[in-house]
Ligand binder design. Structure first.
Ligand SMILES: CC(C)(COP(=O)(O)OP(=O)(O)OC[C@H]1O[C@@H](n2cnc3c(N)ncnc32)[C@H](O)[C@@H]1OP(=O)(O)O)[C@@H](O)C(=O)NCCC(=O)NCCS
Length: 218
């Protein structure tokens, strides 16, 4: 039997958007040709996103050491429950790899294009806020990279991926009221202050696909 696997010209085909609040599975579609008959094969995949200064790539097991350095840094972990041990970092990396393996939206490692450094993360978390499942866009950067627009650059790419590719109905960011830098990032990617909630002290910023489409086109 002769089998040939090749990506179709439109290989980034995603399943239809789920109802609001439900979790999305996304897949790449490949043509599998077996003895001249074409079959579709769906393979869970997460793309690599690129911005002017960053590459956003999926996490791998080899990232634990560098992430452990970042997550032991109190500035990197500002506005969280505190720094992580190596074991906690390994569990974090395993969790985001697991989401990707399950075809769920997940976190991207932020790699600087200038020197290939792992500078932080930006991507999706799965949260339950007031008993509703939400997809959060979350981000953290090593302090040497702060205030250069990098989090905004990464979060913009993640936002566009959420609505353009994954067809998510909505995305939120959960932000401590005193976290001015993070609030600014949320505002700069088009989110607006939606409400206050008890999730640690937290403001919910949000953007809908309709709002994204009206404001940013595409
Ligand atoms: C939040 C964080 C990711 C922002 O990263 P960043 O790359 O510095 O963000 P950007 O440069 O894209 O934008 C930061 C904005 O906040 C503003 N800002 C930062 N600190 C500020 C302060 N103390 N007061 C007022 N504005 C401030 C900057 O001026 C900029 O806004 P502007 O473009 O309108 O001038 C980074 O500070 C970080 O990793 N913090 C620790 C982790 C964290 O808080 N993560 C978010 C959890 S919700």
């Amino acid at each position: 039997m002769r089998a040939q696997l090749r990506a179709t010209p439109t290989s980034s085909m995603y399943l239809a958007a789920p109802p609001a609040g439900q979790i999305l599975r996304h897949c790449f579609a490949f043509h599998l040709e077996i003895e001249s008959r074409t079959h579709f094969v769906f393979i869970n995949a997460m793309p690599i996103l690129q911005t002017a200064r960053l590459i956003l790539r999926p996490f791998g097991e080899n990232d634990v050491d560098l992430m452990a350095e970042l997550m032991a840094n109190p500035d990197f972990m500002r506005f969280s429950l505190g720094v992580y041990s190596r074991e906690q970092t390994a569990a974090f990396v395993e969790k985001v790899i697991g989401w990707r393996r399950d075809g769920l939206p997940s976190q991207f490692a932020l790699i600087t294009r200038s020197n290939g450094t792992l500078a932080g993360y930006c991507g999706f978390f799965h949260q339950v806020v007031e008993e509703i499942e939400e997809i959060e866009i979350g981000y953290r950067l090593h302090p040497v990279y702060w205030n250069q627009g990098l989090a905004t650059e990464a979060a913009t790419a993640v936002r566009d991926h959420a609505f353009r590719d994954l067809k998510l109905p909505r995305a939120i960011s959960l932000i401590h009221p005193d976290n001015i830098a993070s609030r600014r990032v949320a505002e700069k990617i088009g989110m607006t202050h939606e409400k206050e909630t008890v999730f640690l002290p937290t403001i919910v910023f949000a953007i809908s696909r309709g709002g994204w489409s009206a404001k940013y086109g595409a």
